[in-house]
Design a protein around this ligand. Structure first.
Ligand SMILES: Nc1ncnc2c1ncn2[C@@H]1O[C@H](COP(=O)(O)OP(=O)(O)OP(=O)(O)O)[C@@H](O)[C@H]1O
Length: 240
């Protein structure tokens, strides 16, 4: 089955919580790009993902997906248009097995149960989840649950994939695997909120820093070792 084309996203004049978190934010994400959002703790990165996914509503501004205004669409309607979001703390069905959790996520986005099952098996293999595929999710570690959540998002054939700190809590091998999978994705636009700057620089085609409620474009070169220290310093400063 031919995958649907990647989606372009345009955010204009976006404000959240009456300008307290985001204000007049403009951001264009080109179709097929992998756009990293970095920034200090509390900068509003997760909030921005929520606005795009339809889990929160902006105070002002517009969200366009492929030129279509989706600002007032429900989360479910946006999911049908191909927007998928993962969370720092995944909400999975603990009593269900890994396979069943991923199939549940995949099913609405495939014409038949068989196709959803086939997509599920493919993703399980790609993410190295085969040894735990039959285990109830409630018995898994935090890192394994994060991978299952990512697998569900990928199996839903997203056109726009929103990833909230996918590396958090994972070991180096799993982070490397995620980097590899993301760079191989076809026909998917990815927005990646991430503190691990080595993952950002290896995966992202575009980088923006959320600061003072707005998105500021950054060059990869700006994320050298000095910038890493600066970023961490900012993050630590904010949380003190
Ligand atoms: N619904 C809400 N009501 C009030 N405050 C909120 C709401 N949602 C988010 N916030 C606040 O907005 C700020 C930004 O939160 P957000 O989680 O978006 O930041 P972040 O950049 O993702 O941070 P981190 O890197 O720590 O995950 C925080 O101070 C948070 O407490």
């Amino acid at each position: 089955m031919t995958p649907p084309p990647a989606a372009a996203l345009e955010l204009t004049g976006l404000s959240y919580l009456d300008d307290r978190i985001l204000h007049d934010l403009d951001l264009t994400v080109t179709a097929g790009s992998r756009h990293a959002l970095i920034g200090a703790n509390g900068a509003g990165k997760s909030s921005l993902l929520n606005l795009i996914a339809g889990l929160a509503a902006p105070s002002r501004g517009r969200i366009l997906l492929d030129g279509r205004d989706i600002t007032r669409r429900t989360q479910r309607a946006r999911a049908r248009l191909g927007i998928a979001r993962t969370f720092q703390t995944p909400s999975l069905i603990d009593d269900h097995t890994v396979i069943r959790n991923i199939t549940v996520a995949a099913r609405p986005h495939h014409p038949t149960r068989r196709q959803a099952g086939s997509a599920t098996c493919q993703i399980i293999g790609r993410l190295g989840l085969t040894p735990i595929a039959a285990r109830p999710v409630g018995t898994l570690s935090h890192a394994q649950r994060r991978l299952v959540d990512l697998a569900g998002a990928l199996a839903s054939r997203p056109r726009l994939l929103l990833l909230d700190e996918p590396s958090s809590g994972l070991d180096e091998a799993s982070i490397a695997l995620i980097g590899e999978i993301l760079t191989r994705l076809q026909d998917v636009t990815v927005i990646l909120v991430e503190h691990d700057l080595s993952l950002v620089t290896s995966v992202a085609t575009h980088i923006s820093e959320l600061r003072d409620g707005q998105a500021h474009p950054l060059d990869h070169a700006a994320l050298g070792p000095d910038a890493t220290a600066l970023h961490q310093g900012r993050a630590q400063g904010q949380s003190c």
